[in-house]
Design a protein around this ligand. Structure first.
Ligand SMILES: O=C(O)CCC(=O)C(=O)O
Length: 329
């Protein structure tokens, strides 16, 4: 398939990233996601109090302030309730939480978003199941263990290339990261940083695994990342597209505000997702419109089936660490 050679498509190919301004409508597309997360959070707070797991009703706090305080207090303990990723770092259990709610399904197949992605992927667009929530309170408010071992979900994200999180089968898949800010992201509160053109090396750099002495996601050692680094501030409504091989990270949140984003992944349809048994699902198809997920129930059932299969069969991780690299010790 020949893709349109737009300015952004050329920039993505040449630099490994491109920023698209004002794609989403903050009121129509983003506010519903915020509202829904807050209502999920309020129910969770009531539930955790009734189960005796926390003893704080957060009276007097609402909206993003409530989310900020809750994540600051609880760290990653209950983060999965907000995560659009089903964690595979441990044996799956029946109780594993994930954020499966209608506003997220609506965001994933938002027409304004998909229209803007056709220039990179063509008219048949599938959602790759590797999508992640980042809700990052000010670093100074985080629990000490998170400060010491950033995990990327609620604290800074270390250097990495996204292909690291895919199986070999996806090496040739046309998959892109679509980074969607829910709150403003800037240099103070922890925006993305990229090394332009680092995708052109065409291969994975050393990625260090967490160890007993150094927990959390370690990624590419800072000393082998080029100093030619570009920060990418973004506003709600903008999206940032990343090549699967570009080296990138995010800065620490040194502000007093919450920094919140989603990194979604989309791919050309009918190519391997590289995510174990998790298959891509069609968000848009001009050639086969009947096979597109149209309802929230389809998406919810898709994740229930994945969860059940992984629960029944167990899981092996597929991230690609350079286990014996001396830089990692
Ligand atoms: O938002 C972040 O902290 C990191 C996002 C990221 O690594 C990605 O989009 O691949």
């Amino acid at each position: 398939m020949v893709l349109t050679q737009t300015k952004n498509a050329i920039e993505l190919r040449e630099k490994g990233y491109t920023v698209l301004k004002n794609i989403l409508n903050p009121e129509l597309d983003i506010q519903p996601v915020i509202n829904e997360n807050i209502s999920v959070l309020k129910k969770l707070i009531a539930q955790l109090n009734s189960e005796g797991k926390i003893s704080n009703y957060y009276d007097g706090l609402d909206g993003i302030d409530l989310l900020n305080k809750f994540i600051s207090d609880t760290g990653n303990e209950f983060f999965d309730y907000f995560n659009i990723f089903l964690n595979f770092h441990r044996d799956p259990t029946e109780n594993d939480a994930m954020y499966i709610h209608p506003s997220m399904f609506n965001l994933l197949r938002n027409d304004r978003l998909l229209d803007s992605l056709e220039q990179f992927l063509g008219p048949d667009i599938a959602v790759n199941p590797l999508h992640i929530t980042r809700i990052k309170p000010p670093q100074k408010n985080l629990p000490t263990d998170v400060k010491l071992h950033p995990d990327g979900s609620i604290s800074k994200t270390n250097w990495h290339q996204d292909l690291w999180a895919f199986e070999d089968s996806a090496n040739d898949t046309n998959v892109i990261t679509v980074w969607v800010p829910i709150t403003e992201a800037n240099e103070k509160n922890g925006c993305l940083v990229v090394v332009p053109e680092s995708h052109k090396l065409g291969e994975l750099s050393t990625h260090c695994a967490p160890s007993e002495t150094n927990l959390g996601f370690k990624g590419i050692p800072d000393q082998i990342v080029s100093s030619d680094r570009v920060t990418l501030p973004a506003n709600p409504g903008d999206i940032i597209i990343l090549d699967k091989l570009i080296q990138h990270c995010s800065l620490e949140n040194k502000s007093d505000q919450l920094r919140w984003s989603y990194d979604l992944r989309y791919q050309s349809a009918h190519q391997p997702a590289g995510q174990g048994i998790r298959q891509p699902w069609l968000a848009r198809s001009k050639s086969n419109p009947d096979s597109v997920f149209k309802t929230f129930e389809e998406w919810s059932n898709y994740w229930s089936a994945i969860k059940q299969t992984e629960y029944d069969n167990g899981l092996t991780g597929w991230t690609r660490f350079s286990l014996n690299d001396p830089l990692c010790f």
